[in-house]
Write a protein that binds this ligand. Structure first.
Ligand code: C2E
Ligand code: MG
Ligand code: MG
Length: 303
């Protein structure tokens, strides 16, 4: 009947979106199972904020020349009493589709700002925190105003906050997105392009917006130095970014070999399990103390 037809078409569309959009998908009964699963997750996701089920984990970003930690990426973790730990790749797309990403995203920003303030109070030298922002968050709200208010309330300088966005956002023609991007420039928070190389990699858009950093997607880093094609892509991205005056982060570094390759090609920063997995704030602090004991010098620099 029409109702089931629409429902199944919807499931197929959802699958096509999961596969990176710009594609099509036929309905199968397997998709039906997924749709049910999705509804189950969604019903819990609806209450996750109120029930305090979210936590931010932090993964260090390391200066590959100096070996020092320059900051951390904040990554959202969700633990539900019934579902257990749910991976971001499973619930973020749902949060985006339902619009829940807007309040969740504000919570993420607020928590990251509070964490930055706490670290500053407790002698952690000027670390930067990178927060992932979905395109959807630029549409629903006056994101920039909310952000500048948070920075003020927590007394955190804006240059310590970095937003990780994807290229799709820069190509979004919606007026609210445009306005948010424009206002962002005046706030002087840093802007980083996540998963670079997997999307359009449009140089025109890169030049048009105040992007500071490119993050090379981990799917390329995974294959270096053994796979010639991906190694060339990584080399080219680094060279191109530097010519455009941008800095580069290599994501998903797991081995010393990968680290050496990135280092030898002048990649500025690195992130990955090789250094540390994303961990809770207290665990991150402990990791930092071992890795980078806070010296008088560093403290002076931070103040
Ligand atoms: P992302 O922003 O590209 O984050 C990097 C992902 O790579 C993280 O997965 C991290 O745990 C993983 N990773 C880091 N180092 C390694 C490594 O050496 N090897 C491998 N195999 N993986 C590594 P995670 O935490 O599961 O997050 C997945 C995605 O979910 C993120 O990709 C980001 O797009 C999204 N996400 C996470 N937190 C947030 C958030 O607060 N807001 C929004 N909008 N999206 C978020
Ligand atoms: Mg990211
Ligand atoms: Mg990424």
């Amino acid at each position: 009947d029409p109702h089931v037809l629409m429902q199944n078409a919807d499931a197929a569309m959802y699958r096509a979106k999961e596969r990176g959009r710009n594609t099509f998908n036929f309905f199968t009964s397997e998709l039906n199972r997924r749709a049910v699963e999705r509804m189950r997750i969604e019903s819990h996701l609806l209450h996750a904020l109120d029930r305090g089920e979210f936590e931010l984990h932090y993964q260090p970003i390391v200066d590959l020349r100096l070996g020092t930690v320059i900051g951390a990426e904040a990554l959202l973790r969700w633990t539900n009493a019934i579902l257990g730990n749910v991976e971001p790749d499973r619930f973020i797309p749902l949060a985006e589709d339902t619009g829940l990403i807007v309040p969740i995203g504000l919570w993420v920003l607020e928590t990251a700002c509070a964490q930055l303030a706490e670290w500053r109070r407790n002698g952690v030298p000027a670390l930067r925190v990178s927060v992932n922002i979905s395109s959807r968050q630029f549409r629903g709200t006056n994101l920039v105003e909310a952000m500048s208010d948070m920075l003020r309330r927590h007394n955190v300088p804006s240059y310590l906050l970095e937003l990780e966005i994807t290229e799709g956002l820069l190509m979004d023609e919606l007026p609210q997105t445009r306005a948010n991007l424009r206002d962002l420039a005046s706030l002087s928070v840093r802007l980083s392009l996540d998963d670079f190389g997997t999307g359009y990699s449009s140089l025109r858009y890169l030049k048009q917006f105040p992007v500071d950093t490119l993050k090379i997607d981990k799917s390329f880093v995974r294959e270096v130095p053994h796979e010639a094609g991906d190694s060339t892509v990584v080399e080219a991205i680094i060279a191109m970014a530097h010519r455009l005056g941008l800095q580069v982060v290599g994501e998903g570094i797991e081995t010393e070999e990968q680290l050496n390759f990135l280092q030898s090609h002048g990649c500025d920063f690195g992130q990955g399990f090789y250094f540390s997995r994303p961990v809770s704030a207290p665990a991150f602090r402990r990791w930092l103390d071992v890795r980078m004991p806070i010296t008088g010098e560093a403290l002076q620099e931070a103040t």
